[in-house]
Design a protein around this ligand. Structure first.
Ligand SMILES: NC(=O)c1ccc[n+]([C@@H]2O[C@H](COP(=O)([O-])OP(=O)(O)OC[C@H]3O[C@@H](n4cnc5c(N)ncnc54)[C@H](O)[C@@H]3O)[C@@H](O)[C@H]2O)c1
Length: 444
């Protein structure tokens, strides 16, 4: 199906559409018969936002807050008091939380090195999991989470919430119906002006932090004062860099739009260019992937230079034989023809009420999480299909991980397009998994 440009112009230039969700309201009348109880793991930034989304629903209750840093747990606990009657229990050790037989689900918003190990432990304890992106720290962990979800028959929804945004879904339907013809190239990007993290000092672990549990599955290192909170994102032991921090969202859109699974070749380049400090992952990176049937994808992240592309700080653009399509950072898209002027033929906007900020570190905003969270709860209650079920979540995360492995080895990777595995490269395969602190190796 091709969109008729004149028809579009006659209709007017903008179709506004909003997500059908409300901002926070105080709900004291929980419905006990339908109540799903959740625990939130990790609270400083993302977990705080998600805790409020879950607590503000009348069919769901936050029964535990778990954080190794008591400051964030106590702060979130106080904030939830206005959203639900029940006071969540506070606990630093996730293993104690998972012993609760009345708990239905775990929301994992701790650092990336904890994602897969915590998700697997939760499933082994019989809990469903809302697993923040990226679903794993390395490819082997991603495969283990997929295996665990099958073995323990649990729901795992990955937290790339764009899968639940109405206009993004409509855009995908149009792309799959052929509005820009055969799509052969997609490019995704993210830009920001992140500050230097400096050179950390080895200091005593603060009283409020259980650093042993913070490290959990990762090999033990001394504490330094510039890793917690948030800056762990830029250290390979715990984080995964901008490629997985924001790339997971946009490579997932590209994979969805192009209807591809695994690539056949991956290259990457970049570096820590902008500042000289402890930051280990690249602040500037390109990842290029090719797929069977003559298709290619490209990712560009600039953590420290905020120049937008096509007017968006982050987004994805698809190029096809009949035109191009941009999904901006929000619930919006634009379609262009492929005539000489590349004219805009359709624009769908999110509506002013739900303007959001992709550079907001806690996520684009509560209204943008609500429908993804509802899909998760409906999955538990009624078996509703998860929009970012772990099988697909793992495939999208893997694209970014392969990019990081290509970057770290400095080599082009040949990939088996049937399963995403790296071919004929022992050195690259060392990064397929990681070293674990003894006793913490995830097992399914
Ligand atoms: N979907 C989105 O839009 C979105 C947005 C932001 C962050 N995230 C994801 O959320 C995760 C958390 O990111 P952040 O920015 O909130 O990081 P952060 O460092 O600000 O917060 C992480 C929290 O986890 C806690 N923590 C660490 N180890 C823990 C453990 N073993 N048990 C319990 N709590 C533990 C820390 O004390 C901290 O409070 C990341 O994986 C990130 O990718 C997703």
């Amino acid at each position: 199906m091709r969109y008729d440009r004149r028809q579009f112009l006659n209709e007017g230039t903008k179709i506004a559409s909003a997500l059908s969700v409300a901002p926070f309201v105080i709900l004291k009348n929980k419905k006990p018969a339908q109540l799903i109880t959740v625990a939130i793991m990790g609270m400083q930034n993302r977990g705080n936002s998600l805790a409020k989304v879950f607590a503000s629903r009348d069919d769901c209750e936050v029964s535990w807050l778990c954080d190794v840093d008591t400051r964030y747990m106590e702060k979130t606990g106080k904030e939830l008091a206005t959203l639900q009657d029940r006071k969540p229990r506070l606990e630093q050790d996730i293993r104690r939380v998972l012993e609760d037989p009345t708990l239905d689900a775990l929301v994992v918003a701790a650092p990336d090195h904890w994602h897969a190990p915590a998700a697997i432990m939760a499933m082994q304890a019989g809990k469903h999991v809302y697993l923040e992106k990226p679903c794993s720290h390395n490819p082997q962990e991603g495969e283990l989470v997929v295996e665990a979800a099958k073995k323990y028959d649990r729901i795992v929804q990955m937290g790339n919430q764009r899968r639940s945004w109405s206009n993004v879904q409509a855009c995908m339907e149009e792309l799959h119906a052929g509005i820009i013809g055969n799509i052969y190239f997609a490019k995704g990007w993210y830009s920001n002006t992140r500050e230097s993290i400096g050179i950390g000092k080895r200091t005593a672990v603060p009283d409020y932090l259980n650093f042993d549990l913070w490290q959990g599955p990762a090999p033990r290192r001394d504490f330094q004062d510039n890793i917690h909170p948030y800056n762990w994102h830029w250290f390979w032991d715990w984080g995964t860099g901008e490629a997985l921090n924001n790339g997971t969202h946009f490579l997932d859109l590209m994979r969805w739009g192009m209807q591809v699974d695994y690539p056949d070749r991956v290259v990457s380049s970049g570096g820590r260019y902008h500042y000289q400090d402890d930051w280990e992952t690249p602040d500037t990176q390109t990842i290029n992937l090719t797929f069977a049937e003559n298709k290619a994808m490209s990712w560009e992240s600039r953590s420290c230079n905020g120049m937008s592309l096509y007017g968006y700080s982050a987004g994805a653009i698809f190029h096809g034989e009949g035109g191009s399509c941009i999904i901006g950072s929000g619930n919006e898209y634009k379609i262009y023809d492929n005539e000489s002027q590349q004219s805009l033929i359709k624009e769908v906007t999110a509506g002013d009420a739900l303007e959001h900020d992709q550079r907001n570190l806690a996520g684009p905003g509560a209204a943008y999480d609500a429908s993804h969270v509802l899909n998760f709860l409906q999955g538990i209650r009624e078996g509703e299909i998860q929009r970012s079920a772990i099988e697909g979540g793992h495939k999208s995360t893997l694209l970014c991980q392969l990019g990081n492995i290509a970057y770290r080895t400095g080599r082009a990777l040949d990939i088996d397009p049937t399963n995403g595995h790296i071919l004929n490269d022992d050195e690259a395969m060392k990064l397929w998994s990681r070293e674990y602190e003894e006793g913490w190796e995830p097992k399914v």
